[in-house]
Design a binder for this molecule. Structure first.
Ligand code: SF4
Length: 360
């Protein structure tokens, strides 16, 4: 867990991921859609009948197996959202909100939601494919947006087209999306919003994608290389080889106590920072015990933190696992549930254990 020869830094997870919107203009074949079924494709279905794929071409890979009980709706930019953030923030000692989707830049009030979260005392970040960032990032920056993590699904039109639904495997459309992504990154630079690029590296055949990203995009763009959980050692070795080929030097290792995230920071010869992000096998001590996915292969994300959803009945729902959406609780129930205590206990116990190990 700790890396030899570089400092290890430990902090506590204080992030809330909020799914603000379900719509997206891409149809990536591997999308987990934050665990909810694609709303537009499942309107006529009841829980238990949700489908992973539908007429829109979009995908929600766990929707047929995760026991989802609701369809997602767009979070309203109103007092109800502010109250939900405040209540959950106090209950779980949270400091960061991470806006997700679908594609959050397509939410018509994304800047308003950003402002509400910032006023509630959160540092606000967003995960985006860059589709509409050029138009909304200036207002989001004014509202307090701190950082955008851009998901890079292809650095060329052919690469991006290849991971889209067959009906949308169109290089012209893909090039349009890549150009929009580049303009969104530029908008971040112009408006003082930090930008990073997340890119999954399944094996070494994907190395050219990473090299193109590093060569063609601004050095101000922090790059985060993610291993593919399904590809095991091939993926990890590919990332290590890419880093070695670029002359990357490891500088620090970061562990977030209470969730599965960990990352190692590297510095490239041109001073750009690159992170290698990996999943640790963290589980909720009680909730995960009897889970059917709790083995070495089926639990793909581990306990990744808390997610907030808004359902089509107008209820905020709190989730703890995208593979087990049946564990979601309405916000009012979550606040007094043992699950809340379990999350806090795990976070503090892990922090203390890691800190003691580091000190010893
Ligand atoms: S994080 Fe826990 S609940 Fe989710 S799949 Fe893994 S073991 Fe199951």
């Amino acid at each position: 867990m700790f890396r030899v020869g570089i400092p290890t830094l430990i902090d506590k997870d204080t992030t809330l991921r909020v799914k603000i919107h379900d719509a997206c203009g891409l149809t990536c074949t591997f999308c987990h859609d934050e665990g909810t079924p694609v709303a537009v494709d499942n309107r006529e279905r009841q829980p238990g009948q949700f489908r992973a794929a539908g007429p829109s071409g979009r995908m929600s890979i766990y929707a047929e197996t995760n026991g989802a009980t609701f369809l997602p709706a767009s979070v309203p930019a109103d007092d109800e959202f502010a109250h939900a953030l405040t209540a959950l923030g106090e209950a779980l000692e949270l400091t960061q909100v991470h806006l997700t989707g679908g594609e959050p830049t397509l939410h018509p009030a994304v800047a308003g939601l950003t402002k509400i979260a910032a006023r509630a005392g959160y540092q606000v970040a967003m995960t985006s494919n860059g589709e509409r960032g050029e138009r909304v990032i200036p207002d989001c920056a004014d509202a307090g947006l701190h950082r955008v993590n851009f998901s890079i699904f292809g650095t060329t039109a052919a690469e991006l087209a290849e991971v889209q639904h067959a009906r949308y495997r169109n290089p012209v459309l893909a090039q349009w999306k890549i150009d929009a992504l580049k303009r969104s990154i530029k908008a971040c630079e112009t408006h003082g919003v930090k930008a990073s690029a997340n890119i999954v590296v399944p094996d070494h055949t994907h190395a050219p994608r990473v090299h193109r990203l590093l060569d063609e995009y601004s050095p101000q763009l922090t790059v985060r290389l993610l291993n593919s959980l399904g590809r095991g050692a091939d993926s990890i070795q590919a990332i290590e080889r890419i880093l070695a080929d670029r002359g990357a030097v490891a500088e620090a290792h970061y562990i977030t106590a209470g969730v599965s995230g960990a990352r190692t920071a590297y510095r490239l010869p041109d001073q750009r920072r690159v992170y290698f992000k990996q999943i640790r096998p963290v589980r909720l001590p009680t909730t995960c015990v009897g889970c059917r996915f709790n083995n070495g292969t089926d639990c793909e994300e581990g306990f990744y933190g808390v997610r907030l959803y808004y359902d089509q009945t107008g209820t905020f729902q709190v989730g703890v696992c995208i593979q087990r959406m049946d564990l979601c609780l309405p916000l009012s129930k979550f606040l007094t549930s043992p699950l809340r205590t379990e999350i806090l206990t795990l976070r503090n116990a892990e922090y203390n254990r890691l800190a003691a190990r580091l000190a010893g």
